[in-house]
Ligand binder design. Sequence first.
Ligand code: KG4
Ligand code: ZN
Length: 355
Amino acid sequence: MKVGPQAVPHVEVPRTFRILTLESSCDETAAAVVTDSLEVLGSVVASQNDLHGRFGGVVPEIASRAHVERILPVIDETLRAARMTLDEIDAVAVVHTPGLAGSLLVGLVAAKTLCVARKIPLIAIDHLQAHVYACRLAAGEDVFPCIGLIASGGHTNLYRCRTPLEFDLLGATIDDAAGEAFDKVASMLGLPYPGGPAIEKAAAEGDPRAYALPRALLNNKDRFDFSFSGLKTAVRYRLVGPGKPDFAQLKLSHRQVADLAASFQEAVVDCLVGKAFLCLRKTGLATLCVGGGVAANRRLRERLEAQAEMEGVRLHIAPPKLCTDNAVMGAIAVERFKVGQFAPLELDALPGVIR
Ligand code: KG4
Ligand code: ZN
């Protein structure tokens, strides 16, 4: 089939509409049906944690194969939950950036196929912008302009979000993402995958001051970037020296695990809170939206709430179910539909972050 710029259909924007949103950027296969008034009619998330757990992280090839198997059943189940058929869908929106190339492509092919078959428009979603939009959904009111902090397994970014359609990247991790550091440190401590919830649980019984760990770039007031690989290495050196140790052979006491988990978590939280509020002060914005899997962390939420109260900042943190990957946050596509921003059928997967 020939596709080209003319593939963007001209669509009269109806007063009411329903969008099927798809998410397959990493290891969750998800779909949702959302309306023009941001009502969620159905939502399904199929997690792949069981497939990646034994590897201590997401294996891209396994992830894309699992998406292939799950995407159609997930769409079917979502439509069933929404009590509707494809004929009643006005557009399909899909995450095309950032993420694992193979994973993104599965969602893209599914979305394009439905659009061609049904002759309805395609809408492009940026996964990280969608994570910010989860806060808009949870708030039930406009949150723009705001600073957006997204901390997930693959990204740790700070945005100036001017409107739901205009995001400027202000800072990002220069090495590991915060969630990735949680996952790697959990694996060193013999805790299960995903590491974030496991570290949070272990940390609840630990002393966050037990181990002095680095907070890279935190004191640099001219940069909004993060760095977590040194912190990860510092935890490693508290456990073993250089070389290729077998962490499974380590005999760590319950107290050691709890104290290291608490000290590590506090260091990550210090960096996330410190840089987010630095952005707020430097830009003069007074609203902070926080999302991504790491935003499910209770210690981070507590510290953000305390700081927001101290500085008079309006804080919106997505509820834990909307922090980890889901397709409901793809409701950001409603904003694009309203202004007629549709994507051509040659829309490609962009694994890297759009700057
Ligand atoms: O946003 P997300 O579901 O997927 C990506 O786009 O990466 O984030 C997953 C990440 C994982 O690294 C996981 O360990 C982390 O979020 N995470 C947490 C918590 N729950 C999930 N990190 C810290 N504390 C948590 N409670
Ligand atoms: Zn995510």
